[in-house]
Design a protein around this ligand. Structure first.
Ligand code: GLA
Length: 386
């Protein structure tokens, strides 16, 4: 069910002193293509979704943050000046954002807050980035005179993941959450931070997510290990090609040259990334030419790479990909970090109803539980609602 401002406001009033504050929202995301390219300084091509986080916030005149998670029915307090922060992981996101905003010179004051979200958790749709962006955007507006530019707000969220959560993620999720624009995808160069919006109005096609409901959490998963493997290969290539700072600058020939110096796993990871960096640019071109079949073909290539070379798939996601092929879906692949979560599917309009039915039937027949089908609507980035 779609989350509304009233859902949050009614709880804020109930749990605090009966008065109201300001209300902010930030979205989760889809990503058309460009997976695990962000921390390799490559390109990504995400879009914000309509689902996200909504938070009501009111300064309380102290140095304490009093936070209530409506979804978890959990409440916690922490001091802005505490060096360690709270232990509940949901509260650490808020704490991390406060601390990083303070480090940027924003005079953050204590506040009461309640928040809720309708991004499915662990589905690879970046519920945590939505949470970080909501508070980074809000604190900038409430205490920082909006002096911090949007990409820096995204970096606040990313640093929160790195320093307070333990996930060494790239910048994609936070960037699109802050910068998203209704009806547009964003092509982001993760090295320079430059970006461009691409209107997403596919004639005759739709995007549909299928959530395997295999939950994943990136902190504690092999996500960080993948990143290290990529960085190691880039370092070895750099010995022979000093211009190579990251895998974004490498090509297949360079990788072949160092094959004996890296592990077999590292070789496979780098092969995937080098291919994916090019695929994002090819997809942008194909989109401009209106060639959705080509876009779809590259989505299948990405899935293959994520499954066989990057090895971040799981049996259920591979099965969803097989069903997509069987049902004539134009393009399908794992979306997000992997290890569970959703596939993203590009489908010709006339095949959508049949696909939705078949994917649920076939998945349920095999795993005894229904996957969740979600229509993608590209929405706006961080904003103030009230
Ligand atoms: C997660 C991370 C992102 C990105 C994707 C994979 O969503 O948070 O930075 O690396 O995985 O593309």
């Amino acid at each position: 069910m779609k989350l509304t401002i009233d859902d949050v406001r009614s709880r804020f009033i109930k749990h605090f002193d009966g008065s109201t504050g300001s209300v902010y929202a930030s979205p989760g995301r889809i990503n058309l293509i460009g997976e695990h390219t962000d921390y390799n300084n490559g390109f990504v091509f995400p879009g914000a979704v309509e689902q996200g986080m909504i938070a009501e916030i009111k300064p309380n005149g102290t140095r304490m943050v009093d936070a209530y998670s409506i979804d978890l029915k959990d409440r916690t307090q922490f001091s802005l000046d505490d060096e360690k922060g709270p232990s509940a992981s949901w509260a650490r996101y808020i704490y991390g954002v406060c601390r990083e905003m303070m480090a940027l010179g924003v005079p953050v004051q204590g506040f009461n807050t309640a928040f809720a979200g309708d991004v499915p958790l662990g589905a690879g749709m970046s519920s945590s980035a939505a949470l970080e962006s909501t508070y980074a955007f809000a604190l900038n507006d409430m205490f920082g005179e909006n002096k911090i530019e949007k990409m820096e707000l995204a970096r606040v969220g990313q640093r929160t993941e790195h320093k307070y959560i333990g996930c060494n993620c790239g910048i994609m999720d936070q960037a699109i959450s802050v910068l998203g624009k209704k009806g547009n995808l964003l092509r982001l160069d993760c090295r320079s931070g430059e970006y461009a919006y691409f209107p997403w109005e596919p004639k005759g096609y739709q995007l549909v997510l299928v959530n395997s409901c295999v939950k994943h959490e990136l902190a504690g998963s092999p996500y960080n290990e993948r990143r290290l493997q990529c960085e190691h290969v880039a370092e070895i290539i750099k010995k022979y090609h000093p211009e190579v700072e990251s895998l974004r600058d490498a090509n297949y020939e360079m990788l072949e040259e160092v094959k004996a110096e890296v592990t077999e796993d590292e070789y496979k990871r780098a092969r995937y990334v080098i291919g994916e960096v090019v695929r994002v640019l090819n997809v942008c071109e194909a989109l401009e030419a209106g060639d959705y079949e080509k876009v779809g073909q590259m989505m299948y290539e990405t899935h293959y790479g994520l499954s066989k070379e990057y090895e971040v798939s799981c049996e259920e996601l591979d099965f969803l990909n097989d069903i997509a092929r069987e049902e004539g879906v134009t393009g399908s692949r794992i979306m997000g970090g992997g290890f569970g979560g959703c596939t993203i599917n590009l489908i010709a309009d006339e095949l959508v109803p049949n696909f939705k039915q078949k994917v649920v039937e076939k998945f349920e027949a095999k795993y005894g539980k229904k996957p969740i089908v979600i229509d993608v609507v590209i929405g706006d980035g961080s904003r103030k609602l009230l």
